[in-house]
Each structure stands twice: as structure tokens, then as C-alpha cells.
Design a protein around this ligand. Structure first.
Ligand code: 2YJ
Length: 274
């Protein structure tokens, strides 16, 4: 999992409207609506009944300036009653639970979770990100059932995305810089793997990128839709002009889907930590 930097996330607290307009251009829906739908919740679900606390974590490489504040801004945009704890780490977690927070968000260098204190279940950022980027692709194509979808990257997010897309009925091919990794995930999920990434890109109109990658426009099909959580990624000018949509943000999509799935544990009374 790539470690974020303050510079990379500096626009998150204020970029909500821009991100919504990119997502709306691709899917006809805003992020909040998509995140609610994917969690199995109604569009008009009132998330203000949930309180959330974001706990800054100092372990490992330490606090990333603006990280907790960005998560707080994302949750507030969803309508959740959110705050950042004044203490960090375990003290911060105890502050969060004592204040009655329903959802606690915290991240170290290896894992980022939304913990639902009422249901004692969590949603990881890996799952939230995989679901978010996969669902955006589903909605941008009015359903992916029977459609050829390429997943680039067979790591945590790529393999979960491939599973989710397969479960939505997509005809999924997975590729990875380490071919054996793609083969392993493909055989586990009963999907195809492809070793030649460039040829795979040139054959697909729907691509979920979950790896550091560079996309030369010369190999892309006109009208392609790319949902890309992988960083760093690079699209040249031809790529931007050929694509129907390229959807990416450093933090908000994964966090929004973590939040709605985590709230859904309490609203729907079902689901497992993942
Ligand atoms: O609390 C803090 O400020 C830090 N401990 C945050 C650490 C953030 N963690 C990461 O950057 C992870 N790699 C998770 C990134 C999730 C985005 N996909």
C-alpha cells in the first residue's frame, strides 16, 4: 500500500465538488449516492445519526499532516457527525469510544480501518477502495454484466476488485507485473489472466487500475473508461483525450465506501468485517 503524503492529499478537504463532477460525468451519480448504493443503502439514508471519530496514529512513520483532517472532511461531506480526536493512538481510541463514537477511523503504515464500535466490525481501506473503484466502473457502463473488464494489479486492492467485478457479472481479465501473481489470483477466482499488459489495455474498454502504471494513449481504445486507485499513475495527453473518463482521487473514494459499508453494519444488521 502506497504511503500518502501531505502534498498529495492537500486538496482533499476542498475538492469534493470537483471529484463529484468527474464521477457524475462518468456515472450520472454523485459519490455519496454511489457509496450508499454499493453498501445496499437507500439514497436518502440519513448518515447524520452516526458519529465518527478520526484518531491520528503516530506509530511507524508517524502522522501525515492533514490526513486525519482530510478523513474528517470526507465524512462530514457524507453527512456524518465527525471529529478528529485530540489525543493520538490508544489514548485517542479510548477518547473516541468514551465520547460514544459509532465509527472510528484510524490508519498506520500498513492498514487503514473504519471500526464500527456498536457492531464490533471493521471495513478496511483495501476493501473500501476495491469496492469504490469497481462500483464506479459498474455504474459508468450501466452494468458490467457480460462486459470485458481488465484489472491491472493482483495485490490487495486489485484482487478484491477483480472478485467484486466478477460477482457483478463482468468477464474479468487480471494482469500484474509479476505474471505468476496474476495467474494465482485468476485461478482462485476463476477468471482469465494476461501477461502482456499493453495488449490487454488495447483490448479493453473498461479498466480498473490498482497498480503503479503508465498509460500511453497510443495503446488505449477511444472511449475507454479507467477507474484508477493505483499510484503513481501517468496518463499522457493522448490518453486524456481518448478516454471517456479517468476517475481517481487520493483518499475520498475509498474512505466514502468504507464509511457507508461500516454504517451499513448497523443499519442492515448484517455483514462481516473485511
Ligand atoms: O494518522 C496518521 O496521520 C498516519 N498514521 C496515517 C497513515 C496513513 N496510511 C497510509 O498512507 C496507508 N498507506 C493507507 C493509505 C490509504 C489510501 N489508499
Amino acid at each position: 500500500m502506497t504511503r500518502l503524503t501531505s502534498e498529495y492529499i492537500k486538496d482533499v478537504p476542498t475538492h469534493g465538488a470537483d471529484l463529484d463532477s468527474t464521477i457524475e460525468a462518468a456515472t450520472g451519480r454523485k459519490l455519496r449516492q454511489l457509496a450508499l448504493e454499493a453498501a445496499g443503502l437507500d439514497d436518502d439514508t440519513d448518515l447524520s445519526v452516526f458519529t465518527a471519530a478520526v484518531v491520528p496514529i503516530t506509530s511507524g512513520l508517524g502522522v501525515i499532516g492533514g490526513f486525519a483532517q482530510s478523513i474528517d472532511a470526507i465524512l462530514t461531506r457524507l453527512g456524518i457527525d465527525s471529529h478528529v480526536t485530540s489525543d493520538t493512538d490508544v489514548k485517542g481510541f479510548s477518547e473516541a469510544t468514551l465520547s460514544g463514537a459509532d465509527l472510528v477511523f484510524m490508519a498506520d503504515d500498513k492498514m487503514f480501518v473504519a471500526y464500527n464500535t456498536r457492531e464490533r466490525k471493521f471495513i478496511s481501506n483495501h476493501y473500501g477502495t476495491a469496492l469504490g473503484y469497481a462500483y464506479i466502473l459498474c455504474r459508468s457502463s450501466e452494468g458490467v454484466r457480460g462486459k470485458k473488464v481488465l484489472v491491472i494489479g493482483a495485490g490487495f486492492v486489485g484482487s478484491r476488485s477483480a472478485r467484486i467485478l466478477r460477482d457483478y457479472g463482468a468477464d474479468v481479465t487480471i494482469t500484474d507485473i509479476i505474471p505468476e501473481k496474476a495467474d494465482m489470483v485468476a485461478s482462485e477466482l476463476g477468471i482469465r489472466s494476461e501477461h502482456d499488459v499493453e495488449s490487454a489495455v488495447s483490448e479493453h474498454m473498461y479498466i480498473l487500475n490498482a497498480a503503479p502504471a503508465s498509460f500511453p494513449g497510443s495503446i488505449m481504445r477511444p472511449g475507454v473508461i479507467i477507474s484508477t486507485s493505483g499510484v503513481p499513475h501517468y496518463f499522457d495527453e493522448e490518453a486524456w483525450s481518448k478516454a471517456r473518463a479517468i476517475v481517481h482521487d487520493p483518499l475520498e473514494i475509498g474512505t466514502a465506501f468504507m464509511a457507508t459499508c461500516s454504517a451499513a453494519f448497523s443499519i442492515r444488521g448484517e455483514g462481516e468485517s473485511r
